[in-house]
Design a protein around this ligand. Structure first.
Ligand code: NAD
Length: 498
Protein backbone atom coordinates (compact mmCIF):
# COMPACT_ATOMS: atom_id res chain seq x y z
CA UNK A 1 0.00 0.00 0.00
CA UNK A 2 1.34 3.42 -0.88
CA UNK A 3 0.97 6.70 0.97
CA UNK A 4 -2.38 8.49 1.09
CA UNK A 5 -3.34 10.03 -2.25
CA UNK A 6 -5.05 13.39 -1.92
CA UNK A 7 -7.95 13.40 -4.39
CA UNK A 8 -8.34 17.13 -3.89
CA UNK A 9 -5.36 17.63 -6.12
CA UNK A 10 -5.53 14.41 -8.08
CA UNK A 11 -9.07 14.79 -9.41
CA UNK A 12 -9.31 17.27 -12.22
CA UNK A 13 -12.71 18.87 -11.69
CA UNK A 14 -14.87 20.06 -8.83
CA UNK A 15 -12.09 19.59 -6.27
CA UNK A 16 -13.15 22.53 -4.15
CA UNK A 17 -16.68 21.13 -3.99
CA UNK A 18 -15.69 17.79 -2.43
CA UNK A 19 -12.63 18.99 -0.53
CA UNK A 20 -10.92 15.98 0.99
CA UNK A 21 -9.96 17.86 4.14
CA UNK A 22 -13.70 18.22 4.91
CA UNK A 23 -14.58 14.53 4.86
CA UNK A 24 -11.31 12.59 5.24
CA UNK A 25 -11.44 10.26 8.26
CA UNK A 26 -15.07 11.18 8.99
CA UNK A 27 -18.62 9.93 8.58
CA UNK A 28 -21.67 12.14 7.97
CA UNK A 29 -24.55 12.58 10.41
CA UNK A 30 -25.81 16.11 10.94
CA UNK A 31 -22.47 17.34 9.56
CA UNK A 32 -19.03 15.70 9.16
CA UNK A 33 -18.02 13.81 12.32
CA UNK A 34 -14.91 12.15 13.65
CA UNK A 35 -15.39 8.46 14.41
CA UNK A 36 -13.66 6.22 16.92
CA UNK A 37 -12.29 3.91 14.23
CA UNK A 38 -10.83 4.95 10.90
CA UNK A 39 -10.25 2.73 7.84
CA UNK A 40 -8.39 3.23 4.55
CA UNK A 41 -10.11 3.65 1.20
CA UNK A 42 -7.99 1.55 -1.15
CA UNK A 43 -7.94 1.51 -4.95
CA UNK A 44 -8.38 -2.07 -6.23
CA UNK A 45 -6.43 -1.11 -9.38
CA UNK A 46 -3.26 0.31 -7.85
CA UNK A 47 -3.42 -0.54 -4.14
CA UNK A 48 -3.04 3.19 -3.39
CA UNK A 49 -4.77 4.60 -0.35
CA UNK A 50 -7.25 7.18 -1.64
CA UNK A 51 -8.35 8.53 1.72
CA UNK A 52 -9.95 7.32 4.95
CA UNK A 53 -13.44 6.98 6.33
CA UNK A 54 -14.70 6.66 9.88
CA UNK A 55 -16.66 3.54 10.81
CA UNK A 56 -19.94 4.31 12.57
CA UNK A 57 -20.46 2.84 16.05
CA UNK A 58 -23.83 1.71 17.52
CA UNK A 59 -23.97 5.04 19.41
CA UNK A 60 -23.40 6.94 16.15
CA UNK A 61 -26.29 5.01 14.62
CA UNK A 62 -28.58 5.79 17.56
CA UNK A 63 -27.78 9.50 17.37
CA UNK A 64 -28.24 9.61 13.60
CA UNK A 65 -31.64 7.91 13.81
CA UNK A 66 -32.74 10.15 16.68
CA UNK A 67 -31.87 13.26 14.65
CA UNK A 68 -33.50 11.76 11.55
CA UNK A 69 -36.78 11.14 13.40
CA UNK A 70 -36.83 14.74 14.61
CA UNK A 71 -35.88 16.30 11.26
CA UNK A 72 -38.32 14.11 9.33
CA UNK A 73 -41.37 15.53 11.16
CA UNK A 74 -40.68 18.98 9.73
CA UNK A 75 -39.61 17.63 6.33
CA UNK A 76 -42.87 15.69 5.93
CA UNK A 77 -44.79 18.97 6.42
CA UNK A 78 -42.54 20.91 4.04
CA UNK A 79 -44.40 21.71 0.78
CA UNK A 80 -43.65 19.18 -1.94
CA UNK A 81 -42.43 21.98 -4.20
CA UNK A 82 -39.66 22.81 -1.68
CA UNK A 83 -38.67 19.16 -1.29
CA UNK A 84 -38.59 18.81 -5.08
CA UNK A 85 -36.38 21.90 -5.34
CA UNK A 86 -33.74 20.34 -3.05
CA UNK A 87 -33.71 17.16 -5.12
CA UNK A 88 -33.51 19.19 -8.36
CA UNK A 89 -30.55 21.18 -7.03
CA UNK A 90 -28.87 17.90 -6.03
CA UNK A 91 -29.43 16.61 -9.58
CA UNK A 92 -27.87 19.75 -11.05
CA UNK A 93 -24.88 19.49 -8.70
CA UNK A 94 -24.42 15.87 -9.74
CA UNK A 95 -24.42 16.96 -13.38
CA UNK A 96 -21.93 19.70 -12.59
CA UNK A 97 -19.61 17.33 -10.71
CA UNK A 98 -20.24 14.28 -12.88
CA UNK A 99 -16.57 13.89 -13.84
CA UNK A 100 -15.46 14.02 -10.22
CA UNK A 101 -17.90 11.27 -9.26
CA UNK A 102 -16.80 9.28 -12.33
CA UNK A 103 -13.16 9.61 -11.25
CA UNK A 104 -14.05 8.25 -7.83
CA UNK A 105 -15.97 5.39 -9.42
CA UNK A 106 -12.90 4.58 -11.51
CA UNK A 107 -10.37 4.78 -8.68
CA UNK A 108 -12.40 3.43 -5.74
CA UNK A 109 -14.67 0.89 -7.47
CA UNK A 110 -12.33 -0.13 -10.35
CA UNK A 111 -14.84 1.04 -12.98
CA UNK A 112 -13.71 1.42 -16.59
CA UNK A 113 -14.11 5.03 -17.69
CA UNK A 114 -17.20 4.35 -19.86
CA UNK A 115 -19.02 2.57 -17.03
CA UNK A 116 -18.01 5.26 -14.54
CA UNK A 117 -19.28 8.07 -16.80
CA UNK A 118 -22.54 6.23 -17.50
CA UNK A 119 -23.12 5.60 -13.80
CA UNK A 120 -22.35 9.18 -12.77
CA UNK A 121 -24.79 10.46 -15.42
CA UNK A 122 -27.56 8.09 -14.41
CA UNK A 123 -27.23 9.17 -10.77
CA UNK A 124 -28.15 12.76 -11.72
CA UNK A 125 -31.20 11.38 -13.56
CA UNK A 126 -32.26 9.52 -10.38
CA UNK A 127 -32.38 12.83 -8.49
CA UNK A 128 -34.29 14.64 -11.25
CA UNK A 129 -36.75 11.76 -11.44
CA UNK A 130 -37.18 11.89 -7.64
CA UNK A 131 -37.87 15.64 -7.82
CA UNK A 132 -40.71 14.85 -10.23
CA UNK A 133 -41.99 12.07 -7.93
CA UNK A 134 -42.35 14.60 -5.10
CA UNK A 135 -44.94 16.44 -7.24
CA UNK A 136 -47.02 13.39 -8.23
CA UNK A 137 -50.57 12.83 -6.93
CA UNK A 138 -50.26 11.00 -3.64
CA UNK A 139 -53.57 9.23 -3.26
CA UNK A 140 -57.00 8.43 -4.61
CA UNK A 141 -60.50 9.67 -4.01
CA UNK A 142 -62.61 6.60 -3.22
CA UNK A 143 -66.27 5.80 -3.77
CA UNK A 144 -68.13 5.58 -0.45
CA UNK A 145 -71.62 4.57 0.74
CA UNK A 146 -72.07 7.64 2.91
CA UNK A 147 -72.14 11.40 2.41
CA UNK A 148 -68.47 11.95 3.11
CA UNK A 149 -65.09 12.22 1.47
CA UNK A 150 -63.17 8.95 1.42
CA UNK A 151 -59.53 8.94 0.42
CA UNK A 152 -56.54 6.63 0.30
CA UNK A 153 -53.57 8.88 0.81
CA UNK A 154 -49.88 8.17 0.91
CA UNK A 155 -47.74 9.33 3.79
CA UNK A 156 -43.99 9.13 4.32
CA UNK A 157 -42.87 6.11 6.38
CA UNK A 158 -40.46 8.07 8.60
CA UNK A 159 -36.84 6.92 8.48
CA UNK A 160 -35.73 4.68 5.60
CA UNK A 161 -32.59 2.54 6.06
CA UNK A 162 -30.62 2.09 2.82
CA UNK A 163 -27.85 -0.53 2.42
CA UNK A 164 -25.96 -0.70 -0.88
CA UNK A 165 -23.24 -2.85 -2.54
CA UNK A 166 -19.88 -2.07 -4.17
CA UNK A 167 -20.48 -2.73 -7.84
CA UNK A 168 -22.68 0.19 -9.00
CA UNK A 169 -22.32 1.99 -5.68
CA UNK A 170 -23.62 5.38 -6.78
CA UNK A 171 -26.75 4.27 -8.66
CA UNK A 172 -27.70 1.55 -6.21
CA UNK A 173 -27.55 4.07 -3.36
CA UNK A 174 -29.15 7.00 -5.23
CA UNK A 175 -32.13 5.02 -6.51
CA UNK A 176 -33.36 4.64 -2.91
CA UNK A 177 -31.94 7.77 -1.24
CA UNK A 178 -33.40 10.24 -3.75
CA UNK A 179 -37.04 9.02 -3.91
CA UNK A 180 -37.19 8.29 -0.18
CA UNK A 181 -36.16 11.89 0.60
CA UNK A 182 -38.41 13.33 -2.12
CA UNK A 183 -41.42 11.61 -0.58
CA UNK A 184 -40.85 13.21 2.82
CA UNK A 185 -38.70 10.61 4.60
CA UNK A 186 -35.34 10.84 6.32
CA UNK A 187 -32.63 8.40 5.17
CA UNK A 188 -29.90 6.63 7.12
CA UNK A 189 -27.54 5.12 4.58
CA UNK A 190 -24.88 2.44 4.91
CA UNK A 191 -22.69 2.06 1.82
CA UNK A 192 -20.39 -0.89 1.18
CA UNK A 193 -17.07 -0.34 3.02
CA UNK A 194 -15.15 -0.78 -0.26
CA UNK A 195 -17.02 2.11 -1.92
CA UNK A 196 -17.68 4.50 0.93
CA UNK A 197 -17.07 7.65 -1.13
CA UNK A 198 -18.81 6.92 -4.45
CA UNK A 199 -21.59 5.02 -2.66
CA UNK A 200 -22.12 7.41 0.25
CA UNK A 201 -19.95 10.33 1.35
CA UNK A 202 -20.21 12.00 -2.07
CA UNK A 203 -24.01 12.16 -1.67
CA UNK A 204 -23.66 13.74 1.77
CA UNK A 205 -21.66 16.57 0.20
CA UNK A 206 -24.15 16.94 -2.69
CA UNK A 207 -27.23 17.03 -0.48
CA UNK A 208 -25.63 19.41 2.00
CA UNK A 209 -24.74 21.78 -0.83
CA UNK A 210 -28.24 21.39 -2.29
CA UNK A 211 -29.69 22.71 0.97
CA UNK A 212 -31.20 19.54 2.45
CA UNK A 213 -32.11 20.41 6.07
CA UNK A 214 -29.73 19.04 8.71
CA UNK A 215 -30.34 15.59 10.17
CA UNK A 216 -32.38 14.23 7.24
CA UNK A 217 -29.58 12.29 5.61
CA UNK A 218 -26.68 10.46 7.18
CA UNK A 219 -23.97 8.17 5.84
CA UNK A 220 -22.76 5.56 8.32
CA UNK A 221 -19.88 3.59 6.83
CA UNK A 222 -19.07 0.10 8.04
CA UNK A 223 -19.52 -3.57 7.32
CA UNK A 224 -22.33 -6.09 7.76
CA UNK A 225 -22.44 -5.39 11.53
CA UNK A 226 -23.39 -1.73 10.96
CA UNK A 227 -25.92 -2.88 8.33
CA UNK A 228 -27.43 -5.40 10.75
CA UNK A 229 -27.73 -2.73 13.46
CA UNK A 230 -29.56 -0.49 10.99
CA UNK A 231 -31.91 -3.37 10.11
CA UNK A 232 -32.60 -3.93 13.82
CA UNK A 233 -33.14 -0.30 14.76
CA UNK A 234 -36.68 0.09 16.13
CA UNK A 235 -37.16 3.55 14.59
CA UNK A 236 -36.30 2.49 11.05
CA UNK A 237 -39.51 0.90 9.71
CA UNK A 238 -38.55 0.47 6.03
CA UNK A 239 -35.35 -1.01 4.63
CA UNK A 240 -34.02 -0.83 1.12
CA UNK A 241 -31.29 -3.39 0.55
CA UNK A 242 -29.33 -4.14 -2.62
CA UNK A 243 -26.75 -6.90 -2.43
CA UNK A 244 -26.27 -10.64 -2.35
CA UNK A 245 -29.10 -13.14 -2.05
CA UNK A 246 -27.55 -14.63 1.11
CA UNK A 247 -27.49 -11.27 2.94
CA UNK A 248 -30.93 -10.42 1.51
CA UNK A 249 -32.40 -13.61 2.94
CA UNK A 250 -30.91 -12.83 6.38
CA UNK A 251 -32.31 -9.28 6.26
CA UNK A 252 -35.68 -10.53 5.04
CA UNK A 253 -35.88 -13.03 7.92
CA UNK A 254 -35.01 -10.37 10.48
CA UNK A 255 -37.41 -7.84 8.94
CA UNK A 256 -40.15 -10.46 9.15
CA UNK A 257 -39.52 -10.95 12.86
CA UNK A 258 -39.54 -7.21 13.45
CA UNK A 259 -42.56 -6.67 11.14
CA UNK A 260 -40.67 -4.22 8.97
CA UNK A 261 -40.95 -3.76 5.24
CA UNK A 262 -37.77 -4.78 3.43
CA UNK A 263 -37.25 -4.09 -0.27
CA UNK A 264 -34.69 -6.63 -1.41
CA UNK A 265 -32.85 -6.36 -4.74
CA UNK A 266 -30.55 -9.36 -4.90
CA UNK A 267 -28.43 -11.48 -7.18
CA UNK A 268 -28.98 -12.65 -10.74
CA UNK A 269 -27.89 -15.32 -13.20
CA UNK A 270 -29.24 -13.77 -16.35
CA UNK A 271 -29.68 -15.57 -19.64
CA UNK A 272 -28.97 -14.19 -23.09
CA UNK A 273 -30.96 -16.20 -25.65
CA UNK A 274 -29.43 -16.30 -29.13
CA UNK A 275 -31.89 -17.60 -31.73
CA UNK A 276 -30.97 -19.26 -35.04
CA UNK A 277 -31.94 -16.26 -37.22
CA UNK A 278 -29.48 -13.88 -35.61
CA UNK A 279 -26.65 -11.74 -37.00
CA UNK A 280 -23.85 -13.60 -35.22
CA UNK A 281 -21.33 -10.73 -35.16
CA UNK A 282 -23.88 -8.34 -33.62
CA UNK A 283 -25.00 -11.02 -31.15
CA UNK A 284 -21.42 -11.68 -30.02
CA UNK A 285 -20.85 -7.96 -29.52
CA UNK A 286 -23.98 -7.73 -27.34
CA UNK A 287 -23.00 -10.92 -25.50
CA UNK A 288 -19.49 -9.65 -24.76
CA UNK A 289 -20.85 -6.38 -23.39
CA UNK A 290 -23.40 -8.26 -21.25
CA UNK A 291 -20.79 -10.55 -19.70
CA UNK A 292 -17.68 -8.39 -19.48
CA UNK A 293 -18.90 -4.86 -18.65
CA UNK A 294 -17.52 -3.90 -15.22
CA UNK A 295 -15.78 -7.28 -15.08
CA UNK A 296 -19.17 -9.00 -14.85
CA UNK A 297 -19.76 -7.54 -11.39
CA UNK A 298 -23.34 -6.46 -12.13
CA UNK A 299 -26.54 -8.10 -10.91
CA UNK A 300 -27.78 -7.93 -14.55
CA UNK A 301 -24.59 -9.41 -16.06
CA UNK A 302 -25.18 -12.02 -18.74
CA UNK A 303 -24.29 -15.15 -16.78
CA UNK A 304 -25.60 -17.74 -19.26
CA UNK A 305 -25.45 -17.62 -23.07
CA UNK A 306 -28.09 -19.97 -24.47
CA UNK A 307 -27.36 -20.33 -28.16
CA UNK A 308 -29.24 -22.20 -30.87
CA UNK A 309 -27.15 -25.14 -32.11
CA UNK A 310 -27.18 -23.82 -35.71
CA UNK A 311 -25.26 -20.67 -34.78
CA UNK A 312 -23.51 -21.99 -31.66
CA UNK A 313 -20.00 -22.62 -33.04
CA UNK A 314 -19.81 -19.32 -34.91
CA UNK A 315 -21.09 -17.47 -31.82
CA UNK A 316 -18.53 -19.12 -29.50
CA UNK A 317 -15.70 -18.28 -31.92
CA UNK A 318 -16.79 -14.62 -32.22
CA UNK A 319 -17.27 -14.24 -28.46
CA UNK A 320 -13.88 -15.81 -27.66
CA UNK A 321 -12.23 -13.52 -30.19
CA UNK A 322 -13.79 -10.50 -28.44
CA UNK A 323 -12.67 -11.79 -25.03
CA UNK A 324 -9.07 -12.27 -26.17
CA UNK A 325 -9.00 -8.65 -27.36
CA UNK A 326 -10.21 -7.05 -24.14
CA UNK A 327 -7.22 -5.95 -22.08
CA UNK A 328 -7.60 -5.63 -18.31
CA UNK A 329 -5.77 -2.84 -16.48
CA UNK A 330 -6.04 0.35 -14.46
CA UNK A 331 -9.23 2.14 -15.62
CA UNK A 332 -7.32 5.44 -15.43
CA UNK A 333 -5.25 4.24 -18.40
CA UNK A 334 -8.42 3.61 -20.42
CA UNK A 335 -8.47 -0.21 -20.10
CA UNK A 336 -11.93 -1.63 -20.93
CA UNK A 337 -11.69 -4.17 -18.09
CA UNK A 338 -10.76 -3.06 -14.58
CA UNK A 339 -9.97 -5.14 -11.49
CA UNK A 340 -12.21 -7.46 -9.50
CA UNK A 341 -13.06 -5.57 -6.32
CA UNK A 342 -10.92 -7.69 -3.94
CA UNK A 343 -9.09 -10.99 -3.57
CA UNK A 344 -12.05 -12.72 -1.89
CA UNK A 345 -14.32 -12.05 -4.89
CA UNK A 346 -11.51 -13.00 -7.29
CA UNK A 347 -11.03 -16.39 -5.59
CA UNK A 348 -14.78 -17.10 -5.89
CA UNK A 349 -14.75 -16.27 -9.61
CA UNK A 350 -11.68 -18.40 -10.28
CA UNK A 351 -12.97 -21.33 -8.23
CA UNK A 352 -16.22 -21.39 -10.26
CA UNK A 353 -14.31 -21.27 -13.57
CA UNK A 354 -11.84 -23.99 -12.58
CA UNK A 355 -14.58 -26.25 -11.16
CA UNK A 356 -16.57 -25.89 -14.40
CA UNK A 357 -13.51 -26.76 -16.51
CA UNK A 358 -12.78 -29.72 -14.24
CA UNK A 359 -16.38 -30.87 -14.77
CA UNK A 360 -15.85 -31.00 -18.55
CA UNK A 361 -16.36 -27.49 -19.99
CA UNK A 362 -13.86 -26.08 -22.53
CA UNK A 363 -11.93 -22.91 -21.84
CA UNK A 364 -12.21 -20.91 -25.11
CA UNK A 365 -10.57 -17.74 -23.71
CA UNK A 366 -9.31 -16.37 -20.40
CA UNK A 367 -9.40 -18.37 -17.15
CA UNK A 368 -6.29 -16.59 -15.91
CA UNK A 369 -5.60 -13.55 -13.78
CA UNK A 370 -2.84 -11.11 -12.99
CA UNK A 371 -3.33 -9.82 -9.47
CA UNK A 372 -6.94 -8.61 -9.28
CA UNK A 373 -7.24 -8.39 -13.08
CA UNK A 374 -9.20 -11.41 -14.31
CA UNK A 375 -9.10 -12.08 -18.05
CA UNK A 376 -12.36 -12.07 -20.00
CA UNK A 377 -13.32 -15.75 -20.04
CA UNK A 378 -15.46 -17.85 -22.39
CA UNK A 379 -16.51 -21.39 -21.52
CA UNK A 380 -18.18 -23.70 -24.04
CA UNK A 381 -19.61 -27.20 -23.58
CA UNK A 382 -21.16 -25.99 -20.33
CA UNK A 383 -23.95 -28.16 -18.95
CA UNK A 384 -26.82 -27.09 -16.67
CA UNK A 385 -25.31 -28.91 -13.69
CA UNK A 386 -21.95 -27.09 -13.97
CA UNK A 387 -21.17 -24.54 -11.21
CA UNK A 388 -20.66 -21.61 -13.63
CA UNK A 389 -24.15 -22.24 -15.05
CA UNK A 390 -25.96 -22.79 -11.73
CA UNK A 391 -24.37 -20.03 -9.66
CA UNK A 392 -23.97 -16.28 -9.99
CA UNK A 393 -20.25 -15.90 -10.91
CA UNK A 394 -19.99 -12.11 -10.54
CA UNK A 395 -16.90 -11.99 -12.74
CA UNK A 396 -16.05 -11.57 -16.46
CA UNK A 397 -17.13 -15.08 -17.43
CA UNK A 398 -19.37 -16.15 -20.32
CA UNK A 399 -20.60 -19.78 -20.11
CA UNK A 400 -22.19 -20.89 -23.40
CA UNK A 401 -24.80 -23.66 -23.66
CA UNK A 402 -26.37 -24.88 -26.96
CA UNK A 403 -30.09 -25.65 -27.33
CA UNK A 404 -32.05 -27.26 -30.13
CA UNK A 405 -35.72 -26.33 -29.58
CA UNK A 406 -37.84 -23.79 -27.73
CA UNK A 407 -39.04 -26.18 -25.02
CA UNK A 408 -35.47 -27.11 -24.16
CA UNK A 409 -34.61 -23.38 -24.15
CA UNK A 410 -37.52 -22.57 -21.83
CA UNK A 411 -36.43 -25.25 -19.36
CA UNK A 412 -32.85 -23.98 -19.45
CA UNK A 413 -33.85 -20.35 -18.82
CA UNK A 414 -36.33 -21.17 -16.06
CA UNK A 415 -34.07 -23.71 -14.33
CA UNK A 416 -32.35 -20.84 -12.51
CA UNK A 417 -33.61 -19.80 -9.08
CA UNK A 418 -32.93 -16.19 -10.14
CA UNK A 419 -35.19 -14.07 -12.35
CA UNK A 420 -33.75 -10.61 -12.83
CA UNK A 421 -32.96 -9.79 -16.46
CA UNK A 422 -33.11 -11.61 -19.81
CA UNK A 423 -32.04 -10.76 -23.36
CA UNK A 424 -33.43 -12.33 -26.54
CA UNK A 425 -31.44 -11.81 -29.74
CA UNK A 426 -33.25 -12.58 -32.99
CA UNK A 427 -33.70 -11.41 -36.57
CA UNK A 428 -37.48 -11.30 -35.89
CA UNK A 429 -38.23 -8.90 -33.03
CA UNK A 430 -41.90 -9.92 -32.79
CA UNK A 431 -40.87 -13.56 -32.38
CA UNK A 432 -38.69 -12.41 -29.46
CA UNK A 433 -41.60 -10.46 -27.96
CA UNK A 434 -43.88 -13.52 -28.13
CA UNK A 435 -41.20 -15.77 -26.66
CA UNK A 436 -40.75 -13.46 -23.64
CA UNK A 437 -44.06 -14.82 -22.22
CA UNK A 438 -42.36 -18.13 -21.48
CA UNK A 439 -39.66 -16.86 -19.17
CA UNK A 440 -39.55 -16.06 -15.44
CA UNK A 441 -37.79 -12.72 -15.43
CA UNK A 442 -38.51 -9.28 -13.99
CA UNK A 443 -36.89 -7.59 -17.02
CA UNK A 444 -36.76 -8.69 -20.69
CA UNK A 445 -34.94 -6.91 -23.52
CA UNK A 446 -35.60 -8.06 -27.07
CA UNK A 447 -32.55 -7.55 -29.26
CA UNK A 448 -30.38 -6.35 -26.45
CA UNK A 449 -28.17 -7.88 -23.79
CA UNK A 450 -29.17 -8.07 -20.12
CA UNK A 451 -27.56 -4.95 -18.57
CA UNK A 452 -29.70 -1.81 -18.62
CA UNK A 453 -31.29 0.63 -16.22
CA UNK A 454 -33.27 3.85 -16.53
CA UNK A 455 -34.36 6.01 -13.61
CA UNK A 456 -38.02 5.96 -14.72
CA UNK A 457 -38.38 2.25 -15.60
CA UNK A 458 -39.51 -0.36 -13.04
CA UNK A 459 -36.50 -2.40 -11.95
CA UNK A 460 -36.58 -5.68 -10.07
CA UNK A 461 -36.54 -9.45 -10.26
CA UNK A 462 -38.39 -12.57 -9.23
CA UNK A 463 -37.39 -15.61 -7.16
CA UNK A 464 -33.94 -15.39 -5.58
CA UNK A 465 -33.41 -12.01 -7.31
CA UNK A 466 -35.59 -10.27 -4.74
CA UNK A 467 -39.01 -9.01 -3.88
CA UNK A 468 -40.12 -7.55 -7.21
CA UNK A 469 -40.16 -4.29 -9.16
CA UNK A 470 -39.54 -1.85 -6.36
CA UNK A 471 -37.31 0.82 -7.88
CA UNK A 472 -37.64 3.20 -10.79
CA UNK A 473 -40.63 5.26 -11.86
CA UNK A 474 -43.13 7.14 -9.74
CA UNK A 475 -45.45 4.26 -8.94
CA UNK A 476 -42.76 1.87 -7.75
CA UNK A 477 -41.09 4.52 -5.61
CA UNK A 478 -44.33 5.74 -4.05
CA UNK A 479 -45.20 2.11 -3.30
CA UNK A 480 -41.77 1.52 -1.76
CA UNK A 481 -41.33 4.62 0.37
CA UNK A 482 -44.79 5.59 1.63
CA UNK A 483 -47.59 4.09 3.75
CA UNK A 484 -51.27 4.15 2.77
CA UNK A 485 -53.76 5.83 5.06
CA UNK A 486 -57.54 5.46 4.52
CA UNK A 487 -59.08 8.71 5.65
CA UNK A 488 -62.74 9.73 5.62
CA UNK A 489 -64.19 13.15 6.40
CA UNK A 490 -67.89 13.86 7.01
CA UNK A 491 -69.57 17.14 7.88
CA UNK A 492 -71.17 16.06 11.17
CA UNK A 493 -71.12 13.17 13.62
CA UNK A 494 -73.49 10.35 12.63
CA UNK A 495 -76.03 9.07 15.23
CA UNK A 496 -75.62 5.33 15.96
CA UNK A 497 -78.30 2.92 17.31
CA UNK A 498 -76.75 3.07 20.82
P1 NAD B 1 -23.29 -8.21 0.10
O1 NAD B 1 -24.67 -8.69 0.30
O2 NAD B 1 -22.20 -8.95 0.71
O3 NAD B 1 -23.13 -6.69 0.60
C1 NAD B 1 -24.03 -5.67 0.17
C2 NAD B 1 -24.19 -4.65 1.30
O4 NAD B 1 -24.86 -5.26 2.39
C3 NAD B 1 -22.89 -4.11 1.86
O5 NAD B 1 -23.09 -2.77 2.22
C4 NAD B 1 -22.67 -4.99 3.09
O6 NAD B 1 -21.85 -4.37 4.05
C5 NAD B 1 -24.09 -5.16 3.59
N1 NAD B 1 -24.38 -6.37 4.33
C6 NAD B 1 -23.87 -7.61 4.12
N2 NAD B 1 -24.44 -8.49 4.97
C7 NAD B 1 -25.35 -7.81 5.70
C8 NAD B 1 -26.26 -8.18 6.73
N3 NAD B 1 -26.36 -9.42 7.18
N4 NAD B 1 -27.05 -7.22 7.27
C9 NAD B 1 -26.98 -5.95 6.81
N5 NAD B 1 -26.13 -5.54 5.86
C10 NAD B 1 -25.32 -6.46 5.29
O7 NAD B 1 -23.15 -8.08 -1.48
P2 NAD B 1 -21.86 -8.14 -2.37
O8 NAD B 1 -21.54 -9.58 -2.58
O9 NAD B 1 -20.82 -7.25 -1.90
O10 NAD B 1 -22.52 -7.53 -3.70
C11 NAD B 1 -22.76 -8.25 -4.80
C12 NAD B 1 -24.15 -8.85 -4.81
O11 NAD B 1 -25.13 -7.83 -4.94
C13 NAD B 1 -24.35 -9.75 -5.99
O12 NAD B 1 -25.04 -10.92 -5.60
C14 NAD B 1 -25.22 -8.93 -6.92
O13 NAD B 1 -25.98 -9.67 -7.83
C15 NAD B 1 -26.06 -8.18 -5.95
N6 NAD B 1 -26.60 -6.97 -6.59
C16 NAD B 1 -27.94 -6.90 -6.85
C17 NAD B 1 -28.48 -5.80 -7.52
C18 NAD B 1 -29.95 -5.69 -7.85
O14 NAD B 1 -30.42 -4.59 -8.12
N7 NAD B 1 -30.70 -6.78 -7.86
C19 NAD B 1 -27.64 -4.77 -7.91
C20 NAD B 1 -26.27 -4.89 -7.65
C21 NAD B 1 -25.77 -5.99 -6.96
Amino acid sequence: MTATTDHTTEHSTGATFFDQTTWDGRFYADGWRQGTEVADIVSPSTGATLGRYATASPDDLDRAVERAVEAQRTWARTPAQERAAVLRRAGLLLEQHQSLLAEWLASEAGSALGKAGFEAGLVAAEFHQAAATAMMPYGQLLQTDRPRLSMARRRPVGVVGVISPFNFPAILSARSIAPALALGNAVVHKPDPRTTVSGGLFFAAVLEEAGLPAGLFSVLPGGADVGAALVDHPQVPVLSFTGSTAAGRAIGRRAGELLKRAHLELGGNNALVVLDDVDVAAAASAGAWGSFLHQGQICMTTGRHLVHERVHDAYVAALAEKARNLPAGDPASGAPLGPIIDSGQLSKVDALVQATVAAGARLEAGGTHDGLFYAATVLSGVRPEHPAFREEVFGPVAPVVPFSDLDELTDLVNSSEYGLSLGILTGDAYRGFELAERFESGIVHVNDQTVDDEAHAPFGGTGASGTGSRFGGHEANIEAFTETQWITVQGSIARYPF
